[in-house]
Write a protein that binds this ligand. Structure first.
Ligand code: NAD
Ligand code: UDP
Length: 310
């Protein structure tokens, strides 16, 4: 049994990760300030003697004994991370420093939940880990993109200078049960709108693309990455390489929900990436991992979840 700390453990991805780690027999410390996470997400774990919830803000130091740390604390939806941009960048940067400090003191392995956003509006397509990206440093998304880029830098510097046992994964758009209905991200937005027969909001022309990964595939990739030897630190892309335009996604959602909704077009948000698709060659080689849940199947699970939870 390992003692594993999950920062951001009450959020969408974090709660699935905590659940998996508890199922594997570990002791899990979930550190979260409940900004976008909720106790409801972890309600099934609270009774476990191997689960501990700590209401804590990662911008402040935290001390405990741990073997492994998964650093997920950070709002991930554009509406949430732009709500208090200064707090978002502090969470990424100070949060990374505090968690890396803890890993250093404890000689713990630490995994950073980085993001495909570090590629910005990519010119290279699909995106391999060797691509340095095309990021606007002064735009509305910068608090998130540059915060996450700086966190990757900190991870690499703690590795080079202090030999901290780091792992970096770059997560591509992930969806699944326990996303908030008002989360603002496209999969949850479109399904909720379709189920309520409200207008389906497409930003821009809907020609922009994303590659959507189901939560279970991501959790498997995260665990495999953490379990690699200390010589493999990443960064490694974890995502589903099947690419869809947002309009194609909307059509799938309407079909699967038998919705009466109409599609309406709204202005494209600032710096919205035009295309995004992971090159997962490295993950396949080093983690023997590839996604197993395709979009149609994942959408059905997600639709069932919202039917029961709206
Ligand atoms: P989420 O908003 O559901 O979860 C984030 C969690 O972090 C929440 O529980 C929130 O309360 C907590 N948090 C925020 N600020 C905090 C702070 N200062 N101190 C402590 N806790 C704090 O988002 P998610 O989709 O579960 O994302 C989790 C992580 O994965 C994030 O770091 C995000 O950047 C990364 N990621 C997610 C995706 C995706 O598609 N979901 C893609 C790339 C990267
Ligand atoms: N989007 C959309 N309608 C919505 C929400 C999002 O058309 O109701 C678009 C958004 O402009 C972007 C894509 O869907 O092009 C993915 O948006 P999301 O916020 O889910 O993720 P990110 O842009 O961070 O990849």
């Amino acid at each position: 049994m390992k003692r594993i700390l999950v920062s951001g453990g009450a959020g969408f991805i974090g709660s699935h990760l905590c659940m998996r780690l508890i199922d594997e027999g570990h002791y899990v410390i979930c550190l979260d300030n409940l900004f976008t996470g909720s106790m409801r997400n972890i309600s099934s774990l609270i009774e476990s003697e191997r689960f501990e919830f700590v209401n804590h803000d990662v911008t402040l130091p935290y001390h405990t004994e741990v073997d492994e740390i998964y650093n997920l604390a950070c709002p991930a939806s554009p509406i949430h991370y732009q709500y208090d941009a200064i707090k978002t960048i502090k969470t990424s940067v100070l949060g990374a420093m505090n968690m890396l400090g803890l890993a250093l003191r404890q000689n713990a392995k630490i995994l950073q939940a980085s993001t495909s956003e570090i590629y910005g509006d990519p010119i290279i397509h699909p995106q391999p880990e060797s691509y340095w990206g095309n990021v606007n440093p002064i735009g509305f998304r910068s608090c998130y993109d540059e915060g996450k880029r700086c966190a990757e830098t900190l991870f690499m510097d703690y590795y080079r200078q202090n030999h901290v046992r780091i792992k970096i994964i770059r997560i591509f758009n992930t969806y699944g049960p326990r996303m908030l209905p008002d989360d603002g991200r496209v999969v949850s937005n479109l399904i909720v709108q379709a189920l309520q027969n409200n207008d389906i909001t497409i930003y821009g022309t809907g020609g922009q693309t994303r590659s959507f990964q189901y939560i279970d595939d991501l959790i498997e990739g995260m665990i495999r990455m953490m379990n690699t030897g200390d010589d493999f630190i990443g960064p490694v892309n974890i995502g589903n390489p099947h690419e869809f335009s947002i309009l194609e996604l909307a059509e799938k959602v309407i079909k699967l929900t038998h919705s009466q909704s109409n599609i309406v077009f709204k202005p494209l948000p600032h710096d919205d990436p035009k295309q995004r698709k992971p090159d997962i060659t490295l993950a396949m080689e080093k983690l023997n991992w590839k996604p197993t849940v395709e979009l149609d199947e994942g959408l059905v699970h997600m639709i069932d979840f919202f039917k029961n939870n709206l």
